[in-house]
Design a protein around this ligand. Structure first.
Ligand SMILES: Cc1cc2nc3c(=O)[nH]c(=O)nc-3n(C[C@H](O)[C@H](O)[C@H](O)COP(=O)(O)O)c2cc1C
Length: 268
């Protein structure tokens, strides 16, 4: 990431919003009340781009980016968003087709936007993009499980289900997303939150694209227990697998939302 700020002095109205909104106070006015980095500002700047996002005149550029290339900020319709959240379901039946590439690309583009502690990008996403590759992982998984005499409770549970014709691990999904984290890069305390936030964003956006997802503890446990399976995820050195989500075109349709009991909340 290139850390720099440049200001179009002709557009700047000297409102100071960029200075006030900076989380690390790395911006100040120069003698002409034009924003600039403080001495050494590029070393403390976290690159969150709040300065560019908040500028009412599009006068400030971060990292050489043109503010006019940003989308206008929008927060959508809250009723639609709530309906999406309530309609999202764990999908356990998938069509035998790959995720359409245009939808996969949209998901990939979106993954740049979930928040990360300190705006530090410590995540890696391994995306299995085709059903053929998924079935190869499935075959290796169950071949390996078959070769184990007696495995952990999860392994035994998955083996029993597979013997009954149920793939509890991959559910016939044509894709999956494995998120891993470089804990040496992540802000302390955020290393477990960042990956889950990213997958939560992915899950909702996927469902808005007509795709289905499944958080899967089973695939995670199996990958963590079977090194040959984890190796197929091509996780870079230094990164720890954090979570796995299945993805695909649903072969099941839900007609209505569920009706949950109220959450356990106390407003203090
Ligand atoms: C962290 C997490 C792990 C999960 N692991 C599995 C799993 O291994 N297998 C599975 O079939 N469902 C799994 N689920 C799905 C839950 O069972 C599901 O969210 C819950 O039953 C509610 O259904 P809904 O997601 O459709 O609202 C998991 C969900 C979460 C949030």
């Amino acid at each position: 990431m290139i850390k720099s700020i440049t200001v179009d002095a002709g557009k700047c109205i000297h409102c100071g919003k960029c200075i006030r909104d900076c989380i690390v106070n790395c911006i100040e006015f120069d003698a002409d009340r034009i924003p600039r980095y403080v001495e050494g500002g590029e070393n403390i700047c976290v690159g969150c781009q709040h300065c560019m996002a908040i500028c009412p005149k599009g006068a400030l550029s971060f990292g050489g980016k043109n503010p006019d290339d940003s989308d206008a900020a929008a927060y959508g319709n809250s009723d639609d968003l709530l309906r999406l959240m309530k309609s999202r379901r764990s999908v356990r039946f998938f069509k035998k087709q790959d995720v359409p590439p245009d939808k996969l690309n949209k998901l990939v583009d979106m993954l740049a936007f979930p928040p990360k502690g300190g705006n530090v990008d410590s995540l890696h996403f391994s995306i299995v993009g085709t059903a053929d590759k998924m079935r190869a992982i499935e075959k290796l998984t169950y071949d390996t499980i078959r070769a184990i005499d007696k495995g952990s409770p999860v392994i035994e549970f998955c083996r029993d289900n597979y013997n009954k014709g149920i793939d509890f691990i991959y559910r016939g999904a044509p894709s999956m997303v494995a998120v891993s984290v470089d804990k040496s890069k992540a802000i302390a305390g955020c290393e477990n939150a960042d990956p889950i936030i990213a997958l939560s964003y992915l899950e909702l956006y996927a469902q808005s694209l007509g795709l289905g997802t499944l958080w899967t503890d089973a695939a995670l446990s199996v990958a963590n227990e079977l090194p040959e399976v984890k190796a197929m995820l091509e996780i870079p050195d230094g990164y720890d697998l954090n979570y796995i989500m299945l993805l695909g075109v649903p072969a099941v349709k839900y007609s209505r939302t569920v009706q949950r009991e109220p959450a356990n909340v106390k407003i203090i």
